[in-house]
Design a binder for this molecule. Structure first.
Ligand code: ADP
Length: 543
């Protein structure tokens, strides 16, 4: 007969992250650049106390366990309190990206049936306009003090965050319940079709926080001052609000001030050591630092993911600024972390360029996530670093179904990511492309990421996107769309020649077009769908 373990069973609760932070690191600072324009300072003990008050206020408003509470807010302490107050009391925190098209915001709020919306002052006009289209929303809370409340609004009974919180006494016990209860919900961006909701549990969120902080993952500790550039509405800032409470680090929130100059000043003023964000945001910061001949005095490490980080960016940050880049891959359906690129002990003596080649990959699966690649028939492919197939994952923080959707997204118990990848014998995964972005030239596949990575290494290139353009003979051929650096000059022929020896000749782009700006999605990724539309009638010189 099997012998059962005799350990305490404590459900993994999101509130336990915060009570731990308050108890063990209560005096550690949480700094926010506010929408109101000033700096605000509190600490983990303060956040915990006000989150309790917020939980009381939510109950006073009549909200119940399982009710969804939407947020439309930048990174800041009030948003952090909302994360914990909502999930901690058994409600479901639904972060919404304010950069989505307004109709999409309304669609998502309706799908989630949000009962309340918490909104930052400078996003309020959006909610004011959309209110008649969001019948489930009974309460709108503006995240500011009475003195800043909007003077005019079509919404009756507009609530003031500070009044709501400060009216309570904080005499509240965080409830304990089933760890599989829903804690938060994030929608995929829906660049193709309607957005889909991923519903995270308390358990999946806490496990993800454990795994993400590990030395071979994000490697973030209580020694760090963490500035999440990645918004709290982009897959919950990649879980940093939870991992930070777990480890008790200092947090600095940038609000909506995300341009290169504002970020640089905040990094320096607040002695930031660690950050995370999508590649686009680093383009702005690097440009600002280079143009003004600036260096970072405390910034040491950053996680970059969300789309492929060009090797040239990793090298610049490392060689010119002394910032170590941890390249990571993930997605909304994975809470989001799947793989991170960190070296193994056996790589210690490799030459610099070989180490760089490993670190440029999307990385190794962390414990808690398993992965495999399969071909079109579902046959599992080898980990030889050459075979490319559809990437599938499973694990403790991977969805098993989408919100309100009956049809299982799983294939054979695995979640198909829609990405095409190779995995090498050491377990390093490399994304070739999103399957819908692959360029199919005469039946052969060309990786748009490979083409972009080469272009991004050219000194005159600010940003580059490779897309498929119609070709009468080959069906598709690569077209490179380029934004030049300010004042830099380069011709199409020079850029095409730049590919010589860097990739197989037949993969070289057939043409280059220069544009002032490349369109981005609401999460700051290159908007390939839109680019393909724009250039659908582009006539290739080779056609
Ligand atoms: P969306 O982009 O639709 O908002 P996600 O943020 O969930 O949704 O995007 C996940 C996708 O982003 C992945 O499936 C993959 O295609 C891409 N991605 C994320 N990180 C990387 C990376 N490091 N390299 C390449 N692609 C990445």
């Amino acid at each position: 007969m099997s012998l059962m373990g005799q350990m305490m069973h404590m459900p993994l609760m999101i509130s336990s992250l915060l009570t731990h932070a308050a108890r063990h690191n209560g005096d550690v600072e949480i700094v926010s650049k506010r929408v109101e324009g000033d700096m605000h300072r509190t600490n983990w003990a303060g956040i915990e106390q006000r989150s309790r008050k917020l939980a009381q206020a939510l109950e006073r408003l009549g909200l119940k366990t399982g009710d969804r509470v939407g947020t439309l807010a930048w990174n800041g302490y009030r948003h952090l309190e909302t994360y914990y107050g909502v999930s901690g009391s058994g409600m479901v925190c639904h972060t919404i990206n304010p950069r989505l098209f307004p109709q999409q915001v309304a669609w998502i709020v309706n799908d989630a049936e949000d009962k309340a919306i918490f909104v930052d002052l400078n996003i309020f006009p959006l909610v004011d306009k959309l209110a008649p289209m969001m019948p489930s929303v009974k309460h709108v809370v503006v995240m500011c003090g009475r003195e800043h409340m909007p003077k005019e609004s079509s919404i009756p009974n507009l609530l003031c965050y500070e009044e709501l919180v400060e009216a309570e006494d904080g005499n509240y016990q965080w409830p304990t319940f089933d760890e599989n209860t829903a804690a938060s919900i994030c929608y995929t961006s829906g660049t193709t079709g309607n957005p889909k909701g991923a519903v995270y549990s308390h358990r999946s969120t806490v496990l993800h926080a454990y795994a993400s902080a590990m030395p071979d993952a994000m490697s973030v500790s209580s020694q760090d001052t963490v500035l999440p550039v990645v918004p709290m509405f982009h897959v919950n800032a990649w879980g940093l609000p939870y991992a930070s409470a777990m480890i008790g680090c200092r947090l600095v929130f940038p609000g909506h001030h995300l341009d290169g100059a504002s970020l640089y000043n905040l990094f320096e003023q607040e002695k930031v050591t660690f950050s995370a964000g999508v590649p686009t945001i680093w383009l702005g910061l690097i440009n600002h630092a280079k143009q003004n001949n600036l260096k970072f005095s405390t910034f040491k490490r950053t996680v970059i993911g969300g789309s492929a980080c060009p090797p040239a960016m990793i090298k610049t940050l490392q060689d010119d600024f002394g910032v170590e880049v941890i390249h990571a891959w993930g997605m909304t359906e994975l809470s989001p972390l799947g793989t991170l690129s960190r070296l193994k002990a056996k790589h210690a003596d490799l030459p610099k360029d070989q180490k760089e080649a490993i670190l440029a990959k999307q990385g190794k699966g962390i414990y808690g996530i398993d992965m495999r690649i399969v071909d079109g028939d579902g046959k599992v492919l080898p980990w030889d670093g050459k075979a490319a197939g559809d990437l599938e994952v499973r694990g403790h923080w991977v969805i098993s179904s989408y919100f309100k959707m009956d049809k299982s997204p799983l294939h054979d118990g695995w979640f198909p990511t829609g990405d095409v990848a190779t995995i090498d014998p050491d377990g390093y995964m490399q994304i070739t492309d999103r399957s819908k972005d692959v360029i199919k030239s005469g039946g052969e596949w060309i990786s748009s990421i490979d083409l972009e990575n080469v272009a991004m290494a050219h000194p005159a290139v600010h940003e580059a996107a490779a897309i498929a353009a119609f070709h009468p003979k080959w069906d598709e051929r690569p077209l490179l769309v380029v934004v030049k650096k300010p004042g830099a000059e380069v011709t199409a022929a020079e850029l095409i020649a730049f590919y010589d020896g860097k990739i197989p000749k037949w993969q070289t782009p057939d043409d280059v077009v220069f544009v002032d700006e490349i369109p981005h999605t609401a999460t700051g990724k290159i908007y390939k769908l839109k680019l393909r539309e724009t250039f659908k009638d582009h006539k290739l010189p080779t056609a």
